[in-house]
Design a protein around this ligand. Structure first.
Ligand code: AKG
Length: 335
């Protein structure tokens, strides 16, 4: 198994999963297609290395993220998320698994999307619009760091999407089309778990069990363990395994839209965050296709005996519903 995690680390913790490691460097691309395909059919999670984002930039995003979350709550609340899902999300704002949680997720976050100026007609559409930015007096250089990382992470996601396309027997540029990743709903989300210990029995989680919504998610984490995946959502009891952090690499998982495109062949795997009481930071980059993109079963994934399992849906309709199901109403904050 082509894992990036040394053998000793894998075997010392029995409940740590082993993930395939995909390189984005040219000489390894053919091998990457088969490793990625195997991972997509199995756990829906894999590591990505050699992605070309330098460690200084990754470190700087974590540094700037900490600076933001260290601000007093009233400063952060001035940037409370808006109806476009940009800005600050306080502790308990999101409840990813309402059926099994007794409170919201014990995490705070910050959403940054593709910047669409207010006077651009596209800004009318859900999820497009200008970002909310902390003042440069308080956090100089913050916006520049996040914008650079957003561009770089999108470049990496598009490279991963090309390998996914090949693994699905499609042309490599299948997801590059304007209606797909031309103007994606690509959200950088800074996350901070303040250290409340999780207690699954009592319904308390850093992040409740969920699958991601879009095409792929690139996740960078600090070295605090917390992410768990459940490969078989129908198993009783469910079996959860930790995913080991990988410094400098991304933990990548597939989202629901890819599961729908592939007729359930590629897996959008359930995951959650369980905390042992330590503080934890992570940086997620969610890649969802353009607003109007119609997500429907690919011709290569259906046949007479295997008809489409999911109805076609547009990217934004699917996302709006999922956000509605999991976020507190903005009116709770007097908005
Ligand atoms: C999410 O925000 O969807 C996550 O699953 C975050 C995972 C993590 O922080 O490790």
């Amino acid at each position: 198994m082509a894992s990036c995690i040394p053998e000793a680390a894998n075997s010392s913790a029995t409940k740590t999963t082993s993930l395939n490691c995909i390189t984005l460097s040219e000489p390894g691309i053919n091998k990457s297609v088969s490793l990625l395909k195997q991972a997509c059919l199995d756990s829906g999670f894999f590591y990505v290395i050699d992605h070309g984002i330098n460690q200084e930039l990754m470190d700087e995003v974590f540094t700037q993220s900490k600076k933001f979350f260290y601000l007093p709550l009233d400063e952060k609340m001035k940037l409370l998320r808006n109806e476009k899902h940009r800005g600050y999300t306080p502790i308990l704002d999101e409840t990813l698994d309402p059926d099994n949680q007794t409170s919201g997720d014990y995490k705070e976050g910050y959403y940054i999307g593709i910047e669409v100026p207010k006077d651009d007609p596209q800004a009318e559409k859900p999820f497009y619009g200008p970002n909310l930015w902390p003042s440069t007096d308080i956090l100089p250089g913050w916006r520049e760091t996040m914008e650079l990382y957003h561009r770089e992470a999108l470049r990496v996601a598009k490279a991963v999407a090309r390998i996914i396309a090949l693994a699905l027997d499609l042309d490599a540029d299948f997801f590059d089309k304007p209606e797909m990743l031309g103007m994606p709903i690509a959200s950088l989300r800074l996350l901070h778990y303040q250290g409340k210990a999780s207690d699954p029995e009592k319904g308390i989680f850093g992040a409740g069990a969920h699958s991601d919504y879009g095409l792929v998610t690139l996740l960078a984490t600090d070295d605090v363990m917390g992410l768990q995946i459940c490969k078989d959502r129908d198993a009783k009891p469910q079996v959860w395994e930790y995913v080991e952090p990988l410094k400098g690499g991304f933990i990548v998982n597939l989202g629901d839209m890819l599961e729908r495109w592939s007729n359930g062949i590629f897996r959008s795997t359930m995951h959650r965050v369980i905390l042992d009481g330590r503080e934890r930071y992570s940086i997620a980059f969610f890649v969802e296709p353009s607003h109007e993109c119609l997500v429907e079963c690919l011709p290569t994934c259906q046949s007479e005996t295997n008809p489409p399992k999911f109805p076609a849906v547009t990217s934004s309709a699917y996302l709006l519903q999922r956000y509605k199901d999991t976020y507190a109403d903005l009116s709770l904050y007097g908005k």
